[in-house]
Structures are given as structure tokens and as C-alpha cells.
Design a protein around this ligand. Structure first.
Ligand SMILES: CC(C)(COP(=O)(O)OP(=O)(O)OC[C@H]1O[C@@H](n2cnc3c(N)ncnc32)[C@H](O)[C@@H]1OP(=O)(O)O)[C@@H](O)C(=O)NCCC(=O)NCCS
Length: 166
């Protein structure tokens, strides 16, 4: 995917500028995916900083106009196993508009460009919106952890984004 697709534009994370918006999305994601655990802002901040500093991790935000509407965190340290999506989140007021799908397409494209043979992620089974998003793109369950599951998409088999009609 190019830098720009439709209405959203990707750029690298600017931690100081973007942190508060990411924190808001992370807190909601935590409530949805880990309702039995309390959220630790310190834990989030520390792991995010380590992600920014890690050589094989890439963190992007997506903007519509000047508004940050979603973000993506990729671990690309094991391309043979697959690029791993550590976070994909969209601001709640924009859910259901196809932004999650666009960010996923972008994630798959980035992984393909970095030479990964697959894309992997872990998801809470009760998170129906996310599971449907991944399944719709062709991800399949490869491991069951009880409340959570690991999913994988082989890159050659992913369903490409339909071309826009001219
Ligand atoms: C999961 C998330 C990224 C999806 O973002 P989104 O912008 O709403 O996704 P989309 O609009 O592209 O919708 C994708 C799919 O969700 C599914 N979906 C949409 N509305 C839904 C609903 N009300 N209930 C269940 N599934 C729904 C559909 O399958 C849809 O695909 P379709 O339109 O082709 O049918 C977003 O809800 C989010 O940020 N959640 C909190 C963070 C999180 O849980 N992230 C995933 C962790 S693994």
C-alpha cells in the first residue's frame, strides 16, 4: 500500500505528540480484550518506548486530515515466522467505516515489503469485531489459548484490496 489510501494517511509514530491519543485507544482495547486485568499506564508507556527503540519494530499512526484515527505496531524481528501485529487500533468514533480493514491491508503490505512470509496476531475470541475483521481477510486460527487465539495469514494467499473503479 502506498503512503496514502483513500481517506487515511500513514506516518511514523511521534511519541511525544501522539501518546495521549494512543493511550486513550489502548485503555479501551484493554477493557475489551483483557477485562479481567487492570490496565497499567506505566506498563504501556514502557513497552511503547521499547517498541520505538527496537530495531525490528515499526509503529505507525494513521490520520484523516489532521486527526489521528488509528495506529499499528508491527514486530518484524522474525520474518520467516511472520510479521507480528502487536497492536491494531482504531478510534472508537470511527469504528465500522472500514479503517480497521485499511490498516490491516497496510500491515500486510508492509510485512510483504519486509520479506515476511506471513502475518500473525493474537486476539481475544470474544472480540467479535476484530475476529471478523481478521477472518474476512483470510486469517485462520493456528493456536488456541482458551480465551485468546493466535491467527495467521500466509502472505501469498491474502485477499488483495479490490481495485477502485476508474
Ligand atoms: C478491531 C478494530 C481495529 C476494527 O476497526 P474498524 O475500523 O471498526 O474495522 P472495520 O470498519 O474495517 O470493520 C472490519 C470488520 O469488522 C466487522 N464488524 C463491523 N461491525 C461489526 C459489529 N458491530 N460486530 C461485529 N463485527 C463487526 C465486520 O466483519 C467488518 O468487515 P465488513 O465491513 O467487511 O463486514 C477496532 O474495533 C478497534 O480498534 N478495537 C479496539 C482495539 C482492538 O481490540 N484491536 C484488536 C486487538 S487484536
Amino acid at each position: 500500500m502506498a503512503q496514502q489510501r483513500g481517506e487515511i494517511k500513514r506516518r511514523s509514530l511521534d511519541l511525544a505528540r501522539d501518546y495521549d491519543v494512543l493511550l486513550e485507544m489502548e485503555k479501551l482495547s484493554w477493557e475489551i480484550n483483557f477485562p479481567q486485568f487492570s490496565f497499567s499506564e506505566k506498563g504501556f508507556r514502557v513497552s511503547l518506548i521499547s517498541g520505538v527503540q527496537a530495531r525490528y519494530e515499526e509503529i505507525y499512526v494513521y490520520e484523516r486530515g489532521n486527526e489521528l484515527v488509528g495506529w499499528l505496531w508491527l514486530d518484524l524481528s522474525a520474518p520467516r515466522k511472520g510479521g507480528h501485529i502487536r497492536r491494531v487500533q482504531v478510534k472508537k468514533e470511527y469504528w465500522g467505516q472500514g479503517l480497521g480493514r485499511q490498516i490491516l491491508w497496510d500491515a500486510i503490505s508492509i510485512c510483504a515489503e519486509r520479506g515476511c512470509r506471513a502475518v500473525t496476531l493474537n486476539v481475544t475470541k470474544s472480540n467479535e469485531r476484530a475476529v471478523r475483521l481478521y477472518t474476512g481477510l483470510g486469517f485462520t486460527v493456528v493456536e488456541d489459548f482458551g480465551e485468546r487465539q493466535s491467527m495467521r495469514l500466509e502472505i501469498p494467499s491474502f485477499k488483495r484490496e479490490p481495485q477502485k473503479r476508474k
